[in-house]
Design a binder for this molecule. Structure first.
Ligand code: KIV
Length: 262
């Protein structure tokens, strides 16, 4: 089993679609490892794992804890870790916190939600040897400041801005782009305009790869369902049914049986 590297991902551009998914622990990461080229330890864990209303409120230590767990379950996939809100406000704090991820976990790369003001910061991180994926378009870490989750690239001016931003981030050294919540034509235009791979979530079919949050994809998170989510299993109902039978067996005294006892 060959480990997926940054070069593997870059070589897939325009040739083979990249499969990406989130995971927050070794158990799920181990299941997804065979099928996904990228496993993202996303700060979405604050919503789907911690039942919070947004991705804010996680700290570096919490993300490192989950990144550790995911890396422990993975043999093949490229592990990407989200730097949490507030951990890269300036170049100094970004370098300090990126170093914590690299020193304390074997993750392969880091993801940051960035705009024009952070291009020099991305350049500094890349020059220091960090592999960086830049997350642009709809940026959940900005949702309180923007008053909600807003699809980007609806107006020509914003389209042009995001296209230029994508090119500038490539020049700054980002190895890939995560495009979230952008109109499909913009997703396609960015993908065609840069040499680095683009991974989309709600960014149309032309991106070099696609990512979903695992609990959305497999039917465990039903608080709300964004338009871009395709649900591949009814995980919640499946587990509820199994849990019900387990509880019934305990209540009626049929678990444990003779065979399950010492
Ligand atoms: O935190 C996350 O899970 C993300 C998604 C866009 C996949 O960043």
């Amino acid at each position: 089993m060959q480990k997926i590297t940054l070069q593997t991902l870059q070589a897939k551009k325009s040739k083979e679609k990249i499969v990406a998914i989130t995971a927050y622990d070794a158990l799920m990461a181990g299941i997804f490892d065979e099928f996904a080229e990228i496993i993202l330890v996303g700060d979405s864990l604050n919503m789907s794992f911690n039942a919070k209303n947004d991705t804010l409120g996680l700290n570096v230590e919490q993300m490192i804890y989950h990144t550790h767990a995911v890396c422990a379950g993975v043999k093949r996939a490229f592990v990407l870790a989200d730097m949490p809100f507030g951990s890269y406000q300036n170049t100094k704090s970004a370098l300090k916190n990126a170093l914590k991820f690299y020193a304390q976990t074997p993750c392969d790369a880091l993801k940051l939600e960035v705009n024009e003001d952070k291009i020099p910061l991305i350049e500094s991180l890349c020059k220091e040897g960090f592999a960086i994926m830049a997350h642009i378009g709809l940026q959940p870490q900005f949702m309180r400041g923007e008053g909600g989750y807003k699809v980007k690239g609806k107006e020509e001016g914003e389209k042009a801005r995001l296209l230029q931003l994508a090119k500038d981030l490539e020049s700054a050294g980002a190895f890939g782009l995560l495009l979230e919540g952008v109109k499909s034509d913009l997703g396609a235009q960015i993908t065609q305009s840069v040499k680095i791979p683009t991974i989309g979530i709600g960014a149309g079919a032309q991106c070099d790869g696609q990512i979903l949050v695992w609990s959305d994809a497999f039917g465990f998170f039903d608080a709300f369902k964004p338009k871009f989510v395709r649900t591949y299993a009814n995980g919640k109902a499946f587990l509820q049914e199994a849990m019900k039978r387990y509880a019934q067996d305990i209540k009626n005294g049929t678990f444990p049986s003779e065979k399950e006892s010492y």
